[in-house]
Design a binder for this molecule. Sequence first.
Ligand code: TXA
Ligand code: MG
Length: 553
Amino acid sequence: MNRFGSRWEALGTRAFNSREEVRSEFMKTRVIQVDPAEPDPRAVEEAAAVLRGGGLVAFPTETVYGLGANALDRDAVAGIFRAKGRPADNPLIVHVSRPEMLSTLVTSVPPSAEKMIFRFWPGPLTLLFPKSAAVPDIVTAGLPQVAIRMPDHPVAHLLIDAAQIPVAAPSANVSGRPSPTSASDVLEDLDGKIDVVLDGGPCEIGVESTVLDLSGTVPRILRPGGIPREEIAEALGVPVEVVSAEGEIEGSSPSPGMKYRHYAPKGEMYLLTGRPEEQRDTAIQRAQEVLKDGKGVAVLSSSENVPAYLGLKEKFPGLFHVLELGPRSDPAKIASKLFSSIRRADKLGVSVILSESFDEAGLGLAIANRLTKASGGKVLPPRSARPLTVLFVCTGNTCRSPMAEALFKKIWEDRGGPGGVRVFSRGTGALPGMPAAPEARAVMKTRGVDISGHVSMPLLPVDVESSDIIVAMTKAHKEAILSRFPAAEGKIFTLAELASEVVPGDIPDPLGRGEEAYEETAALLEKAFELVAPRLLKHPALRKEDGDRSASG
Ligand code: TXA
Ligand code: MG
């Protein structure tokens, strides 16, 4: 059968330069607008005729847009796999417009399935049935069960009814990309590869149907979706098992297609975990690190956290983006904006996408599943409440400790130490407000470090309390601090204790001994920090920051 019919004749008189040119001329995707509430039957009939003729039609459902073909025509179904670039072992869902259509597709309907149909069809619930011989193997990827659902959308309903055939339809995206929730999303992926898009506006639910397997002893959700687990368990009167997204990412999957990477954006995506405020703080810290390198960042945010990100938006216009999903109390809203927000982040060209995570009750389970898969299992757990804080102390806070502060920062950065570390300096007998000594400024300048902005400060209890590690220049400093500030116990060290290999004892005060003495001090500090910086990388305060977990699959 030739599904392009009379178009051959129109093409016969033209000259083409390449196969690509033939193909794009050959396959023009037609967009047909339809009113989602009251679709015009003539418009829908046009699309139905394409389906009957073996063509490919994208159409809206209440969940996402589907890419439909005649489920009983194996060549037509092969076209779906080609257009999407879908692996042949990932089976398709067959869509019906009324339960009676099951009779040709399945060999039996178990009572529990009947119960589900009665309760949830039409709607976002896909059920598995033993398939009949009428269903080509290509639809089920050779499996003995066929997945079937009856969508709850006037356009989908009318289309299937008008075509008078069951319609095999995966989500209408290129394989591995986020599912489409509007006709323009479909065109972004499939323009020129399919015959028709029925544009019926945005999809209401925004995440796909729940896929439920009732063939085992325990009902099993193979994919959480539009109908929550709680409602299914309540309707069945038994507990329901759910296949975890993490398990699938790690490669153990009961449904062949689910092992593939799904919903993947072009940017690196991370899922923020912890309490909402912790997620927000982690996002801001991580975003700053990425933005500093001149790379773009998008945060998928709860409405509650949006205001907290506005400062970054102002500071990095065009580079930092906040995409609001919805209030935490409204998972339906969040689900409806999920895929379109991931697509939007891609269009903004960001390198990194940070998504907040949400409560897993109700629709939240489907949201969590899609976010986990889109991020490939990469999470960013909360960082410690305050960053690793390093304090250097000498006497006047004008020579040794400001040089130490500046040199440590430089070596920490050069050594690729994590960002967000706080380094500062104080003096046990400092007068407030003095600049660094001119000789100190000079020897720092030769190292490309500017400490002309330094202002001396006396050591206060709050400095000791807020530090993770305090580095004293001499043994006398350490003892004086310990006697005045009991909070220093356990976290104060002389530089000689931290780098005994290169620092034999006290760091002598260069004050009044000329620039050469300052130069010697700086060189000694540098040698010491080359040892100390890598050692501090193992400080427990940093361990919580080391949160990236990469997916193995
Ligand atoms: O909401 C939806 O379900 C949308 C709209 C268009 O109806 N469709 C959809 O289809 O999401 P698709 O192909 O993107 O996802 C179908 C899922 C896949 O994870 C597939 O592996 C699973 O259902 N599936 C299909 N047939 C199956 C079968 N016979 N056994 C096990 N899993 C099956
Ligand atoms: Mg899909």
